[in-house]
Write a protein that binds this ligand. Structure first.
Ligand SMILES: Nc1nc2c(ncn2[C@@H]2O[C@H](COP(=O)(O)OP(=O)(O)O)[C@@H](O)[C@H]2O)c(=O)[nH]1
Ligand SMILES: [Mg+2]
Length: 308
């Protein structure tokens, strides 16, 4: 029986039972009347559906969802995040993004840094009929619940003090170049902020400057000047800082070969025997690499080909 038909029958039965409980007759005529009333009620109220805005994402465009931690400046301070980078926090963010990619459909690449992550749905995605609100709400809710769920795996001795929140937005990019420029923009932002923060906290933590003195010293400085401060005053070569901090994290699908143990039953081993079965599986893997230049896109040309 079709599920819908089954439900109809079920609701008819419920109506009948309902009326008989009221001590009324449940003869055929009355039942038909009740059904008519129900249909009319449905017609009367259903117009409210028309108030729902059509938010279908334009065809042939990449759909990007970017989320960002709400008030994470405060969240980071209250949870004792290490400065300028907290490895636990960044790895937790990536764990959540990985869950989003594996649980939801059609995400081909994700990029994250600091308290933000961007997810790119393939151009041809028809997930939830391309409704922007569905893309965004699924990404943000899956990410947020994962953040709480996996928190203790990364912040072992630091309790989660209050529920964190994330905002989300949807952006459409009609060309591959637009999409690449978007991701380049986010990675350039990562670089600019990280170079500033690394120099700022070196001046404060190792150089003994106050926050405002460090801020004053760095006002208007160029990248080369910050590199010089780090190298000459603190013997730090910025290029040797961890790639995760300098480049952020890119998540993509990779084919991996797996060997799994399986018990099989054969005529000569009716009680079963263990064999190793090899299979290829697609898995999301993190990389901390440059995505501004062409090299990454040439090595992973399948991402923009979008013919999967
Ligand atoms: N100490 C520390 N703070 C971080 C880290 N990642 C993100 N943050 C904080 O999160 C903020 C994120 O920036 P933004 O979204 O503009 O600020 P928000 O409006 O307070 O969320 C940064 O300015 C930092 O204060 C980290 O690894 N360590
Ligand atoms: Mg934020």
């Amino acid at each position: 029986m079709l599920y819908r038909t089954y439900l109809n029958r079920l609701s008819k039965a419920a109506l009948t039972v309902g009326f008989s409980r009221c001590g009324r007759e449940t003869n055929g005529g009355f039942h038909v009347q009740a059904q008519r009333h129900k249909t009319m009620a449905k017609t009367k109220f259903e117009y409210v559906r028309q108030f729902e805005a059509d938010d279908t994402c334009l065809q042939n465009c990449w759909v990007v969802v970017r989320l960002d931690g709400r008030n994470f400046h405060k969240f980071a301070n209250l949870h004792d995040f290490r400065k300028p980078n907290d490895e636990r926090a960044l790895r937790l963010m990536t764990r959540c993004a990985l869950t989003v990619m594996e649980e939801l459909n059609d995400i081909v690449i994700a990029y994250g840094q600091s308290d933000e992550y961007s997810f790119v749905f393939k151009k041809t995605s028809n997930w939830f009929k391309r409704r922007a609100s569905k893309f965004m709400s699924h990404v943000v809710s899956q990410f947020s619940s994962s953040f709480v769920f996996y928190w203790k795996d990364y912040f072992k001795d630091q309790a989660l003090l209050f529920p964190p929140g994330f905002d989300g937005r949807v952006i459409l990019y009609p060309s591959n170049q637009n999409l690449r420029d978007y991701l380049s923009w986010r990675q350039a932002d990562c670089h600019i902020n990280n170079l500033y923060n690394t120099t700022f906290w070196a001046l404060v933590q190792q150089g003994g400057l106050s926050n405002s003195e460090a801020e004053e010293k760095l006002k208007g400085s160029l990248a080369g000047e910050k590199n010089d401060i780090l190298f000459l005053e603190f013997n730090v070569n910025y290029n040797n800082e961890p790639e995760m901090y300098r480049k952020g994290t890119v998540l993509i699908w990779h084919k991996v070969d797996e060997s799994i143990d399986k018990k099989i039953i054969t005529p000569d081993a009716p009680e079963g025997k263990n064999v190793v079965v090899k299979r290829t599986r697609k898995k999301v893997l993190p990389f901390h690499v440059d995505i501004i230049g062409d090299k990454f896109w040439e090595e992973h040309s399948e991402i923009l080909a979008d013919n999967s």
